[in-house]
Write a protein that binds this ligand. Structure first.
Ligand code: ATP
Ligand code: MG
Length: 563
């Protein structure tokens, strides 16, 4: 536990300290990537509890993913010690679930209610046709709810019952929301019910990182915060601690045409004059791009030949000998399908990877099957990770047998799902119901293990809020980023959102950033010529180091420096 007292805010800069120690009432922290928003948030909560006597159980911190929630809790524990346990930390879905559990009867749900599994939802949808009310009625008859219900039902209950509103407002007198630029209408309504207009609501975010409008998120809630909440205090953070100066300069130029923040400023705290430029690799083909990634990782980590290739495990001497370990590296891409060639090339080279998208966990092939097996296997012997492996073994055998009943799952799907779920199993301890609940409500990226000795393969959406010493942003091509679906022309707003996504990608990098594009790619079923994304054109060419196929990926005099 770190020392509390005046020292608590010592690790913040002057503006961060202003934000962390601001008095109660609505507070909006607007700040660009890497300016310490999340760090400021944890310190504010710790400061309020340790210094101002706020009871931890009166605090509710809402994050975008469960992975982020777990990290927040960890950081709070290191600042506050055990009392951090009393702080409610979760996603909108988990907060909704808490309220629903406490009010299931009022919501008309029977004692055995639960979240519907995917096949149950599909069946209800098919039966109900287009009619969403009919669909919900069918679920309700079976005492089932879906993900939307986790928020819409609590909102409906609260709307109708002022006493209930009072109860929760008394319980959570201090509310903190990270990534506020990505709230959607229902989440926003829930917040408005939970927090009075002059309440202690602290919203944190960056409109230029709003990337979830395809799921109904609306950055306008962020932009009108000071109209919705009375006498809102605004704090801006402008010093970026994450990225080297060239990376930050490239990112700032990239977002400029679409910035939603008037007078946006982002100043580098890091001013190493020898910081490497942004590496730009024009690949001939997708395979060439994948080779480039592998080759460069090889150089950065210090020779893949040091590893025992058969197990994919890393020889710890090799990692300490190299400047970096695999977990320091992320490969980011616009669409999940792009990961295939990269994953293959890395696997061939014996590089361990963990691949995560922003999609729902339950939509990943094999996850539902494992969840089922865990529910039905009975018995509680062994740790959760061990039980996951056992379930996978049973299922893999079943799916490998010719007796296969026409299901589309392969043993590979099952093992890959088991690998995905194991870190979640570790995190939930041996609490099976909680684990199953996470499978229903969580995203793949929740199962990201930041300590795993593996290269991180992530969609740009999944990479939000994260940082890595080395980032590869692959597929920087027109039609891919910005993404164009077959036969449709994106609107200006869609292009702006794609540009924000590009900005999110660039700003994940701390020390080394590589962007690459391929001259050819198979898209919409045919092999096509590709152009680099126009998003690259607005970046000063002096910020790039062009990496050729013949030249070494990284000249010797530009050694990667870790802070
Ligand atoms: P994003 O918009 O990407 O979510 P963020 O604003 O939440 O970024 P953080 O993740 O909180 O940024 O911080 C970025 C990095 O900068 C972290 O490694 C953090 O530890 C570091 N950092 C933040 N503030 C300071 C500070 N005052 N001194 C040193 N390092 C800092
Ligand atoms: Mg953050």
């Amino acid at each position: 536990m770190e020392e509390v007292g005046t020292g608590l805010l010592d690790r913040l800069d002057a503006m961060q300290r202003v934000a962390a120690s601001a008095p109660g009432g609505p507070l909006l922290i607007v700040a660009g990537p890497g300016t310490g928003k999340t760090r400021t948030l944890t310190h504010r909560i710790a400061y309020l509890c340790a210094e101002l006597g706020v009871f931890p159980e009166r605090c509710l911190a809402i994050t975008f993913t469960r992975r982020a929630a777990a990290e927040l809790r960890e950081r709070l524990e290191s600042l506050l010690g055990d009392v951090a346990e009393d702080i409610t930390v979760g996603t909108f879905h988990s907060v909704g679930l808490t309220i629903l559990k406490e009010n299931a009867k009022a919501a008309g749900l029977g004692a055995g209610w639960r979240i519907a599994e995917e096949p149950e939802q599909r069946q209800a949808r098919e039966q109900a046709g287009e009619d969403d009310t009919a669909y919900r009625k069918l679920l309700r008859q079976q005492d089932l709810v879906d993900l939307d219900d986790l928020i819409s039902v609590p909102v409906a209950l609260l709307r109708e019952d002022p006493a209930l509103v009072e109860k929760y407002r008394r319980r959570w007198q201090w509310i903190f929301v990270d990534e506020y630029q990505d709230v959607d209408e229902l989440q926003y309504e829930l917040l408005r019910l939970l927090s009075p207009a002059d309440g202690n609501l602290c919203a944190i975010g960056d409109p230029d990182q709003a990337i979830y409008s395809f799921r109904g998120a609306d950055v306008r809630y962020f932009l009108r915060f000071n109209q919705d909440f009375v006498d809102a205090r605004l704090v801006r953070l402008t010093r970026n601690y994450r990225s080297s100066a060239p990376i930050l300069a490239a990112a700032v130029q990239a977002i400029a045409p679409s910035s939603l923040v008037r007078g946006r400023r982002l100043d580098p705290a890091r001013l190493d004059p020898e910081a490497p430029l942004v590496g730009r690799y024009p690949a001939r083909s997708v395979a060439d791009e994948a080779d480039f990634v592998v080759r460069t990782i090889d150089e950065l980590v210090g020779g893949l030949s040091h590893r025992s290739l058969d197990s994919g495990r890393v020889d710890s001497r090799a990692v300490t000998a190299g400047a970096l370990s695999f977990s320091d590296i992320a490969v980011l891409y616009r669409t999940d399908t792009q990961s295939g060639p990269i994953l293959d090339a890395l696997s061939r080279a014996g590089v361990p990877v963990q691949k995560r998208s922003h999609n729902r966990l339950r939509d990943r092939p094999g996850v539902q099957a494992i969840a089922h097996e865990l529910r039905h296997a009975g018995g509680t012997d062994g740790s959760l990770p061990a039980r996951i492996r056992l379930a996978a073994q049973v299922l893999a055998q079943r799916y490998a047998a010719p007796t296969l009943d026409g299901g589309q799952l392969t043993p590979e799907d099952i093992w890959s799902a088991a690998d995905l779920l194991t870190p979640l199993g570790v995190r939930t301890g041996d609490d099976l119901p909680q684990f199953l609940q996470q499978l229903e409500t969580g995203a793949e990226v929740d199962a990201l293990d930041p300590r795993a000795e593996a290269v991180n393969l992530l969609t740009l959406h999944a990479a939000k809020g994260l940082e890595f010493p080395v980032v590869f942003l692959v597929g920087c091509e027109d039609g891919l980023l910005p993404l164009r679906w077959s036969g449709s022309t994106p609107t200006e707003e869609e292009i702006a959102e794609e540009r924000r996504l590009f900005f999110v990608g660039l700003t994940r990098a701390q020390d080394r950033l590589y962007v690459s594009h391929s001259a050819r790619r198979s898209r919409h079923g045919s092999d096509r010529e590709q152009q680099p994304t126009p998003f690259l054109d607005v970046i000063d060419s002096g910020l790039f180091e062009r990496l050729g196929e013949a030249a070494p990926a990284r000249p010797k005099d530009r050694q990667l420096r870790l802070l």
